[in-house]
Design a protein around this ligand. Sequence first.
Ligand code: ZN
Ligand code: ZN
Length: 286
Amino acid sequence: MQSHRLRVEEQQQQHPLLERVAGTGSLREVTARIWFIQDGCGMVCAFITWFLVLYADFVVTFVMLLPSKSVAYAVVNGVIFNSLAVLALTSHLRTMLTDPGAIPKGNATKEYLNSLQLKPGETLYKCPKCCSIKPDRAHHCSICKRCIRKMDHHCPWVNNCVGENNQRFFVLFTMYIAMISTHALVLSMIQFFTCVRDDWTECSDFSPPVAVLLIIFLFLEAILFLTFTAVMFSTQIQSICSDEMVAERLRSEKLHRGRRWESMKTVFGGSVGDRSGCGQASLRHC
Ligand SMILES: [Zn+2]
Ligand SMILES: [Zn+2]
């Protein structure tokens, strides 16, 4: 079993991506490494996500904070809100542009299988849709048109699958959006009560009806985003913590650590060797 695992690793090192091998050119190889799903719906949803975050940033900065009489209030909240916005958009980009753990397309060739020198009785699973050798826990995504390792789901808002390699960025994205939404909710309420108290005089540089509309839309957007991302964040953390399959495999490999801690480490910063443990184990029992 151990020798077979090593053979698979050796072969994967020799043929990391068949299309890359085929495209040992300059531009073709570089473009093959850039991960971006060309899905119309996903691209529109990703654009809407960016638009809504930038809209919130605009309302908070120009409608609420800049006209504020307290400089300290404006600076502190401005720095916090803009920092969270930058972190949210950065993690969104990293989720969208990171290969979630795609299996090399079309690697289930006769030559490749022969080169693995499988023993009689050993089985590898092949995906009939993308013609790849399918490790355990990999699933085919019809939008990405690839099999994805530890695929969680395909999220149109990040225009990508959430899988083994980009789950950490997705979790951070949902966390930052939940934090920024909470901040926007608090600022909206403070602004609203301040304006009501002052009878909407010197409340904002915008006219009262425009300011009210902008704040109400931001308030609704923040509630919607907070609900959505809070549920998504807790679901992700729950799925990471209860990942018993990974924990059992890691335990069987004599890594005596806490089950939850191992799963969290696997997602958020385990070494490459740790993360590839899933793939190794699946290939072993195939
Ligand atoms: Zn597939
Ligand atoms: Zn996908």
